[in-house]
Design a binder for this molecule. Sequence first.
Ligand SMILES: Nc1nc2c(ncn2[C@@H]2O[C@H](COP(=O)(O)OP(=O)(O)O)[C@@H](O)[C@H]2O)c(=O)[nH]1
Ligand SMILES: [Mg+2]
Length: 355
Amino acid sequence: MKAAILGLSGSGKSTLFSAVSGKHISAAGAVVIEEAIVPVPDERLDWLTELYKPKKTVRATIDCLDVPGFDFTAEHGRVVASRLASNIRTTDLLVLVIRGFEDLSLPAYRGSVDAARDLNELKTELLLVDLELVATRIERLEKQLHKPTKTHSEDQAELDLQKRLQSAIESEKPISTAIKSKEELHLIKSLGFLTLKPMVVAVNVGEGGLDKKFDFPGLEKDVPVINVCAKLDLELSQLDAQSRKDFMADLGMTEPAAAKFVRACYSALGLISFLTVGADEVRAWPIKQGTIALDAAGKVHSDIRRGFIKAETFGYNDIKEFSSEKALKAAGKIRLEGKEYVVRDGDIIDFKFNV
Ligand SMILES: Nc1nc2c(ncn2[C@@H]2O[C@H](COP(=O)(O)OP(=O)(O)O)[C@@H](O)[C@H]2O)c(=O)[nH]1
Ligand SMILES: [Mg+2]
């Protein structure tokens, strides 16, 4: 699953990207999209690693893109932005990074730090990029409908839908608000509309601003807003575990803001984790919410799916409470689940199979 980090130039995208991925990004003014695999912080894995002392611990990951910043005050700024935006149509999540920090040594966009204004400019750009695609699509479909083709009825259905999407965008509504059914979604899904994707807003607040609340009038209710402190998060990511702990304790923090941010992205992607444990490996496996045990088994290995017998399952909270698998077993807390069982976040599963 892929997330694209976008925003205005200088909002702290690359700093945040480096903090979460460990990948070093050279100076500002980058023109290429950078990509990195980002581990998802999960304290359950830390605790289970202490218990099982495995040879290795494997975290869930998400794929992150650092997109060069937009600057609508620059000549050709819109053209550049729309070219970049069309490169991220295949991503699954948009992360909008907004500058919320004051720093006189870094000139602010349009001369002032104004998170709500910046977010609006970005959202407008996303709508415009989608509007261009809708217009192209409508033109193509109208031409096609004049010819006798086998796809006539689907084309007509899509044309009607595209016209509705067009009017939604024209009234500044994201495309996601105009889709009414699975069938409609299916018709347009492959086009990669940006305003159809889930979104996370990350306000880069600067040190000391983590408790600040931002009000974004008009922002859809289901969009999570997370404060980050990119520069501090980057500094923290470069420390060894003990120094990081000490440093955070001094600041009264229990974890870097970036950790919460990455988990918010994971959840906005619709992902949860089931876990596997043992002497070799303690591991978190990303699955879509609603995945059944049979398909979860297939994530581990296709043979396990093919020869699936049952899933021996207990919850992370159960093992935390009982401290060992032995105690769990004695208490009858280990469940036998079948193929159709809907896997829950934090389920610890041992798949039994036969091939
Ligand atoms: N004071 C302060 N500066 C920051 C913070 N985050 C990023 N910066 C600085 O802002 C500048 C632009 O950051 P960068 O990550 O390159 O922004 P991008 O253009 O969005 O990728 C750099 O000089 C960063 O060090 C922050 O939280 N506080
Ligand atoms: Mg950058």
